[in-house]
Design a protein around this ligand. Structure first.
Ligand code: ZN
Length: 245
């Protein structure tokens, strides 16, 4: 069996280097990425079952949500998982979700450790740090699926609605959240139905668009079929994730 460095290197790392170009990759190598991501990785990923096509990853994600809805979530052996994941990770999905404590994407999709790469911020907003995290997940870890996940009764979106409709202002950095959500509120203000629900749905769609607009790495991965981008809405009462977009 070949044990040379080139062949022991994980495909995701080779893709990243090709994607980013040698110059950028060298700079990233020197400054940003943890050494474990750049060292010669074991040929076998810690979770071989997570090496999935974008569509297979999506099917697995939604099957996990169905188990969660029905209350038949699997028992996760954290003891064995901890040991397998000491040296590396290869999650099969990245989720950009709200920070709301009622959502918990790992539970909502019945995933174990090392399966789901979570980026969470109130209002499930795309920002620079979140984009960097998602780019790392896709370009370095090789994640094939990205979901932007909003939810019913989102307080951050409600702040955006109040800021637009009632000219409300909020203390500290909360205003930044309200301002970031304002475009989704304005776009749906005149539509029939519940203004908050409409804005929550539009905010998911807006942030899916921003993922592609603002990240060349993620856009290229989508265009090349290496990454599937989907939107979801988590329902509080039954835990169902409704697909959007
Ligand atoms: Zn929320």
């Amino acid at each position: 069996m070949c044990t040379c460095h080139e062949h022991a290197e994980q495909p995701a790392r080779r893709d990243f280097l090709r994607l980013a170009g040698v110059t950028v990759a060298t700079a990233v190598t020197a400054s940003l990425l943890p050494t474990h991501a750049l060292a010669a990785s074991p040929a076998e990923p810690p979770k071989p079952e997570n090496q999935l096509s974008p569509q297979a990853a999506f099917d697995r994600l939604m099957a996990g949500n169905r188990r969660y809805i029905e209350g038949v979530a699997r028992r996760h052996d954290f003891l064995a998982e901890r040991e397998a994941l000491v040296s590396a990770q290869n999650p099969f999905v990245a989720v950009l979700s709200c920070a709301d404590s009622r959502i918990a994407p790992e539970y909502a999709f019945d995933t174990g450790r090392g399966d789901l790469f979570a980026v969470r911020v109130a209002g499930n907003l795309v920002n620079d740090d979140g984009l960097g995290s998602l780019e790392y997940g896709v370009a370095v870890l090789g994640i094939p699926l990205l979901m932007v996940l909003g939810h019913e009764g989102c307080g951050a979106v409600e702040a955006g609605v109040k800021a637009v409709r009632d000219k409300a202002s909020f203390p500290g950095h909360i205003q930044r959240l309200a301002d970031a959500i304002a475009p989704a509120v304005k776009a749906t203000l005149d539509k029939p139905g519940d203004p908050l629900d409409n804005a929550i749905r539009q905010n998911v769609l807006d942030n899916m668009r921003l993922v592609k607009e603002r990240s060349e790495i993620l856009r290229t991965a989508i265009d090349e079929g290496r990454l599937k981008l989907v939107g979801g809405l988590y329902r509080l009462a039954d835990g169902k994730v409704e697909l959007l977009g």
